[in-house]
Design a protein around this ligand. Structure first.
Ligand SMILES: [Fe+2]
Length: 346
């Protein structure tokens, strides 16, 4: 369900197009799910084999030809004008276990026996030509990560939180910044107002005007490392983040709403106007099971709005699964663990 401009806090100026570009028919979804259930490799223990097995699905007839064409076109789209690619009624697992709030990732590894959602994310990566990367410090290097609340991080600004998350791009501070964030909804209670939020940076640039854009291009801002990287950095090797510009190039915003600070008065004024623009131009989406969005991480920002919660227990088991992807694996080759291309040492 795409929810746009329905309530008073959805801004009238939102230009974000979250309408699905492709909707699986029930029959095509079920055929693809059956093929994915028959895969033999383990997506967490045998990532390269899993990737190759999913890639081999493409020529079996289980992948609709028009979906293949749609994804190939999405991989070549103008990402500044269209940072968001939405697909709905995607195949997901029929059995969705509930995880222990103390250790949801460990519990997933114990309980999740089918890997349809993982296969869908891998298939999308293959068809768009944008491979996933993983990070040693984030969920121990898993490619497939959960947006699932974890008790110790309930109030953090991370994928494991219960609270709203300010607008940001994923891993903006990291030396391997992903080009895409791909999210597939698995479990969400429609009575709980939890929305994924989106904004195009081209709208922010337009609203800010040339003078403020110039101010935001100066390296006079600071953002602490994201909560999940710090949490996973057991040896405390990350240190402090650097001073940085908010706008890099024309549309790439290194910004975390509520966390990034300015060191100059002009910078503070520019951030105030930027926050105003975020509220004006944002769109949002209620991610139903099987709803998928691919986010171009360098020409947009995203976040999460939590409104009225009718069922707090359901909120604690809301679940989406995601990957972060890059345009070309070889661009980051020097950062990978030895013998493990795509697994970032950091
Ligand atoms: Fe994010």
């Amino acid at each position: 369900m795409i929810v746009r401009s329905q309530t008073s806090h959805i801004p009238p100026r939102s230009t974000v197009d979250l309408s699905p570009s492709y909707v699986f028919t029930d029959a095509a979804r079920d055929t693809l799910r059956s093929a994915m259930l028959a895969l033999r490799s383990h997506p967490y223990r045998e990532q390269p084999a899993f990737r190759d097995e999913v890639a081999a699905l493409v020529d079996t007839g289980a992948v609709p030809a028009d979906f293949r064409r749609e994804c190939e076109a999405a991989g070549r789209r103008d990402e500044v004008a269209r940072p968001f690619h939405v697909v709905t009624n995607c195949p997901i697992d029929l059995e969705l276990p509930v995880f222990d709030a103390e250790d949801p990732v460990g519990d997933k590894h114990r309980k999740k026996q089918t890997f349809v959602a993982e296969a869908y994310l891998q298939l999308y990566a293959v068809l768009t030509g944008k491979p996933p990367v993983s990070y040693k410090n984030v969920n121990d290097g898993d490619v497939f990560q959960d947006i699932f609340p974890k008790k110790s991080l309930y109030n953090s600004q991370s994928q494991k939180t219960l609270v709203s998350i300010g607008f940001h791009k994923d891993l903006a501070n990291h030396f391997v910044r992903p080009d895409y964030v791909n999210i597939l909804g698995l479990r969400s209670d429609p009575r709980n107002e939890i929305f994924t939020t989106f904004v195009r940076t081209c709208d922010l640039v337009e609203h800010l005007g040339e003078e403020r854009v110039a101010i935001l291009t100066e390296p006079a801002f600071y953002t602490p490392y994201d909560d999940l990287s710090v949490y996973g950095d057991k040896q405390r090797k990350l240190g402090d983040a650097d001073k940085h510009a908010v706008i890099n190039g024309r549309y790439d915003f290194r910004y975390f709403e509520g966390r990034t600070i300015a060191f100059t008065e002009a910078g503070k004024e520019a951030l105030r106007v930027l926050d105003e623009a975020l509220a004006l131009y944002k769109g949002r989406m209620f991610m139903r099971p099987g709803d998928f969005v691919s986010i171009a991480n360098n020409s947009s920002l995203h976040g999460k709005d939590v409104g009225a919660i009718a069922d707090p227990e359901q909120q604690k088991i809301r679940w989406s699964i995601k990957t972060v992807n890059v345009s070309r694996l070889e661009d980051h080759a020097r950062h990978y663990l030895a013998g493990r291309p795509g697994v970032v040492d950091g």
